[in-house]
Design a protein around this ligand. Sequence first.
Ligand code: ZN
Length: 219
Amino acid sequence: MYMKKLKLLIIIISIFIFLSLNIVFGKTLPLKNKVITIDAGHGGRDPGATYNDIFEKNINLEISLKLEKELLKQGATVFMIRRSDIDLSSIYDSKKKRGDLYRRLQLIKKNKSDMYISIHINWYKNSNYKGAEVLYNPINSNNKTIAKIIMEEFQTNLNSNRTINTTDLYMYKNTTIPGVLVECGYLSNYEDRNKLLTSNYQQKIASSITKGIIRYFMK
Ligand SMILES: [Zn+2]
């Protein structure tokens, strides 16, 4: 009789622990309460890097939309700087490119982002350069950490042998909100160019960035 009661007690306790763990871990997605703004580079009048009829702006948008889906799955609140082929310049801007970047920055701030991710494709005169890489501005000390973690994911999941680097571009040195510039590969490289056009590779990039972001916020 005593053994039966003990068994019952153990079962009840086990169920209780199982349910508690579910409440603590099962229902809380890793990026819940995190606001992430995705900045798909270029767009509209600004194609970015080009190779024949391949425009960087289009690949940026495709990767960004995949990244949005991945981040939403992990519970993040996601803002998109653009979700179509537009730029953010105004007819009144004397410098269209600067106006475009300025408005991107304003949106990142307005969204109260915990992080921004800029998506771009690289171009270099030496066509041997290939692989995804992450750039950051040291204006926020967390930026290097974010860059390192996402770069590790690229090295592991995409076999990229590139490394992190700093950038002094206008957009990245003018916000203290944590974030990085992701260069998803080189449009100037034959191998990268072909991979970047496939949905499968774009998805791998989106998943790798997401894994990195989760690891960063879990730290
Ligand atoms: Zn670009």
